[in-house]
Design a protein around this ligand. Structure first.
Ligand code: DQQ
Length: 609
């Protein structure tokens, strides 16, 4: 069986690649002021939106009414409600003035907005309240750990607790002077790169938490332990570290069951479980995870053989997905993953449109029965937004060059599930050995939807204009490699918009340009037996979130069509390979608009307890 893992480039080649890439990324992202990963535009940080341009706002993805958002923070289920906190700029549409905004929901889909839970006010967070996590302590007491920036721009680990535990919404949070910060970076720690504490877990009679950091290019997950959740002591060794990977933002560490899809509490640590360790790599702005074993005697995490650390490894999402955080939902016994998708349209447009950033649909995550990767699937509650009468198609043959329009749905705001099959893999194109050392994205860029193939490219043309001047293909392409096959999965934004300002001739700076990548990953599936593959795409005006083969590979793209907007957006099935492809079944639903961050007092939804 072949798949993404077999295609991973050698570490040495990858490093070369990444070094070059990092120079580019550093130029694009840059940093100034406090050492965090976000581009700082001081002059724009406190320019409030005078209007909100709706064109590309999402219909059912999480976003506040206006301004900038980034990382999801401290998600938790508590006394009947889901809480989502997130990094938010109340004063403008670029990163800055960061507070912990706060929303609540009964179903992870309809959200009511509360006042910010944590704002800069104390010496230990006066220059910012950055990312962190929630832990439910014994006695059913929620506890937030976050990174505060002090006046010297040192990154400290602080905590906040609900002011009134009997308030069902936990509206007010206090940051006690006593005990804050609960971790002060010791002199051996790089205090300007020390942030994003994880949900704590209890093992060996002690609480444990991890904080992301770096020393030069060494990425580090510092481990701290505490007997009483008050006094925290740094462990002799980090839980995990990897040379050459730079700053580890937003680490996440949790157990997964080796059987079935039920999630586990973060403290459910015994020999029967595997562990997942994820970092958001500031250098690449992508997230990588490994599956491994947590040795609780040595207090070390050890990735399994073949589970590769860093950018040679696997990602939750091969597209626009960053600073994610998971939590155990003990209502439904599942682990849920939230990730942030930044805009790709350039900062001037963000300021003009009065908003920037969305949270992707929360996903259930569990271990693939192959034990080598996770599976991800949108939470089942999303299905409550599906129209009662979906459009369906079955047994439709797609010959080479054929497009079939999926008519009768609102193609700009839809949920589409489709399964494809074909007779044979004989026509699969050979896999060029030079691609083995390239990211899948480069292969997708070279072999776009209009480049004819053997088995594929086939899939969906999402957010397409009537005459296909604009389109975001989400597609598969099968290659033959030795005696096996590899499956490339792409979400290609190259032709997603007619906006032309990404061209070299433009005199715009890079961060004002439209970013239109050919995002791609490989799918670890053996098609020789089944000759079938499935796809689900969540299409929502400026985002396409796609799940290949039951969530084995996921890609999210942000796109900004100019023609394929609202009712003028279309959806097509297509095949551009010589092998005929059959659409065994397609079901496409219009998606309703949920209640989205209406202030609690005004909303009529389901958070009434
Ligand atoms: N965003 C936060 C940091 C985190 C980064 C600041 C990741 O805590 O490292 O807004 O996007």
């Amino acid at each position: 069986m072949m798949g993404g893992k077999n295609l991973r480039p050698s570490m040495a080649t990858t490093l070369l690649h990444v070094t070059a890439f990092c120079v580019v990324v550093a130029t694009i992202i840059g940093n100034s002021g406090v050492q965090g990963s976000h581009k700082v535009y001081r002059e724009l940080q406190s320019v409030p939106a005078d209007k909100v341009i709706e064109t590309h706002r999402t219909g059912y993805h999480f976003q506040p009414p206006k301004h900038w958002i980034n990382d999801p923070n401290g998600p938790m289920y508590f006394n009947g409600l889901y809480h989502l906190f997130y990094q938010y700029n109340p004063k403008g549409s670029v990163w800055g003035n960061i507070v912990w905004a706060h929303s609540v929901s009964k179903d992870l889909i309809n959200w009511e907005a509360l006042e910010p839970a944590i704002e800069a006010s104390k010496p230990f967070d006066i220059k910012g309240c950055w990312s962190g996590s929630a832990t439910i302590l014994p006695g059913n007491k929620p506890f937030i750990q976050y990174t505060g920036i002090d006046k010297d721009e040192r990154q400290l680990q602080d905590f906040a607790v609900p002011k009134n535990l009997s308030d069902p919404y936990l509206r007010e949070w206090v940051k006690p002077d006593q005990g804050n910060p609960f971790i002060d970076p010791d002199p051996s720690v790089n205090a300007s790169a020390f942030r994003d504490p994880t949900t704590a877990w209890f093992v060996n009679g002690e609480w444990h938490t991890v904080v992301g950091s770096k020393k030069d290019m060494l990425g580090i997950a510092y481990l701290y332990t505490s007997k009483d959740f008050k006094k925290w002591v740094k462990a002799k060794e980090p839980l995990h570290s990897v040379q050459g990977t730079g700053m580890w933002e937003c680490p996440d560490f949790y157990p997964v069951s080796q059987t079935g899809d039920r999630g586990l509490d973060t403290s459910a640590v015994d020999k029967s479980v595997k562990h997942v360790f994820k970092v958001s790599l500031d250098l690449t702005r992508f997230e990588y995870y490994t599956i491994g074993v947590y040795d609780t005697d040595k207090e070390k995490y050890i990735p399994d053989e073949g589970s590769v650390d860093s950018w040679a490894g696997i990602r939750y999402d091969y597209g626009n997905f960053y600073a994610s955080k998971s939590f155990f939902d003990y209502k439904k016994h599942r682990r849920i993953l939230w990730g942030w998708a930044n805009e790709s349209d350039g900062k001037t447009r963000d300021v003009n449109k009065g908003w920037a950033g969305i949270q992707l649909i929360p996903r259930k995550v569990w271990l693939d029965p192959n034990g080598k990767q996770l599976l991800q699937w949108p939470v089942e509650e999303l299905e409550t937004l599906r129209s009662a009468r979906p459009v369906t198609l079955s047994s439709k043959v797609l010959k080479q060059g054929q497009n079939i329009e999926v008519e009768g749905i609102t193609a700009a705001q839809a949920d589409v599930e489709v399964s494809f099959s074909f007779q044979s893999l004989d026509k699969a194109e050979p896999f060029d050995p030079k691609w083995a050392d390239l990211p899948a994205q480069d292969v997708c860029h070279e072999k776009g939807s209009t480049v004819p193939g053997g088995v594929g490219p086939f899939g969906l043309l999402t957010l397409a204009s009537e005459k296909l001047e604009e389109l975001t293909p989400v597609m598969f392409r099968v290659f033959k490699k030795g005696d096996n096959h590899v499956v490339l999965f792409c979400s290609d934004a190259t032709s997603s918009t007619l906006t032309k300002d990404d061209e070299k001739s433009s005199n715009l700076t890079r961060d004002e340009m439209m970013y239109k990548p050919s995002f791609a990953g490989y799918v670890d599936v053996d098609l020789s037996k089944t000759k079938k593959i499935a796809l689900r795409s969540l299409i929502d005006h400026s985002v396409v979130e796609s799940f290949a083969e039951g969530g084995k590979t996921v890609i999210s793209s942000r796109v900004y069509p100019t023609l394929a907007v609202g009712p003028k957006a279309h959806l097509f099935l297509f095949n551009n390979g010589t092998e005929e492809v059959t659409v065994d079944k397609l079901t496409a639903w219009d998606m309703a608009k949920p209640v989205m961050n209406v202030p609690l007092e005004k909303a009529s939804i389901n958070t009434e307890l």
